[in-house]
Design a protein around this ligand. Structure first.
Ligand code: TLP
Length: 347
């Protein structure tokens, strides 16, 4: 049995058709906007998300960074969840490189933030306060059990944004997972938000790349910021070629990752000593709680690594597993078998 790698969907490898597309891609200099494959990917992405334009960037981190920097001047504030990836991870880039002040509000387990709290957090016009410049959401929400945000919720936040003349950005690193889980399209979820970023290199299995979508004016601004951050790439059509294949061939198969996550979650929840919030498992991310103190997460991770199963400890009592295109149904069976044996022997 090959290693079952559940550390993240970022570990996915490009498919054969991606590798072929990479080899035969038409290329040019993308800083001159002359790479035909990148231009095709960006046009395709903009259309898929119902936006005027799009921009490829090297990572999800840079996608969020260029978006926040394009929306927010130095010293202004972004309202976002206290479990947002942009707040918890990304090396504090929005503050470090943009001087943008994060105003965090409680994220519920389903990834939402109370709309009334968002409304109340918008700063009045007063020299003492930073000015609010942006509302940020995350869909699906990584730390909140991979929960998908619905169109109804997103549009409610967009309405608050409009009332207060504030743009809304979605970190949609896994927005295709959200759309597949909600049986809708990404366009349906994002047509009313100001900007959205998504990752090609997570569940969609590309080697590298993320894309930002928004108005032509916004994308022109992100292009300049990307250059300033050193993210202007040259013949990066080799990456875009895989991205086009991903958008054509890899979206529907996310259903398999979700089915595997569901089975994994149910199997784990049945093991004595482990608990999963089954009501919250809707996409490809499974958080597992250790409910007694016989083992700590690092011990579990080390023991399972020896049995060919990899995942992360993400807190004093918590593990994270992410299903992905490199994990088949038999990998889920193997994981459940090994965890059952381990916890039977240690209880
Ligand atoms: N998430 C990674 C790690 O950084 C935790 C993972 O394994 O889940 N937004 C969201 C919602 C993300 O989950 C991630 C990556 C990013 C942005 C950043 O993407 P990259 O890693 O491409 O910079």
């Amino acid at each position: 049995m090959n290693t079952v790698d559940l550390r993240s969907d970022t570990v996915t490898l490009p498919t054969d058709s991606m590798r072929q597309a990479i080899v035969s891609a038409d290329l040019g200099d993308d800083v001159f906007e002359e790479d035909p494959t990148i231009n095709d990917l960006e046009e395709k992405a903009a259309a898929l998300f119902g936006k005027e334009a799009a921009l490829i960037v090297p990572s999800g981190t840079m996608a969020n960074l260029v978006s926040v920097l394009a929306h927010c001047d130095r010293g202004t504030e972004v309202i976002l969840g206290d479990k947002a990836h942009t707040y918890m991870y990304e090396a504090g880039g929005i503050a470090a490189f943009g001087g943008v002040h994060p105003r965090t509000l409680k994220n519920f387990d389903d990834g939402t933030i109370d709309p009334d709290e968002i409304q109340e957090a918008v700063r009045p016009d007063n020299v003492h306060f930073p000015q609010t410049a942006l509302i940020g959401l995350e869909n699906s929400h990584n730390v909140c059990h991979g929960s998908p945000l619905t169109k109804t919720y997103i549009d409610e936040i967009v309405a608050i944004g409009e009332e207060n003349k504030l743009p809304v950005h979605i970190d949609g690193a896994r927005i295709f997972n959200a759309a597949v889980a909600l049986e809708t399209t990404v366009k349906d979820l994002t047509e009313n938000v100001t900007s959205v970023s998504f990752c090609l290199s997570k569940g969609l299995s590309c080697p590298v790349g993320s894309v930002v979508c928004g108005s032509a004016k916004f994308i022109a601004k992100t292009r300049r910021i990307r250059k300033g951050l050193g993210g202007g790439m040259r013949q990066a059509g080799v990456l875009a070629a895989a991205g086009i294949v991903a958008l054509d061939e890899m979206i529907e198969r996310l259903k398999t990752d979700h089915a595997n996550a569901r089975r994994l979650a149910e199997g784990i929840d049945a093991i004595d000593g482990l608990m999963v919030r089954l009501d919250l498992v809707k996409t490809n991310i499974v958080y597992v709680e250790l409910v007694n103190n016989t083992r700590n997460p690092d011990q579990v991770v080390a023991a399972m690594k020896d049995k060919g199963v990899k995942f992360f400890a993400v807190g004093p009592h918590r593990l994270r597993m992410v299903t992905n295109s490199g994990v088949e149904a038999e990998g889920i069976d193997h994981t459940l078998e090994e965890l059952s044996l381990y916890f039977a022997s240690s209880s």
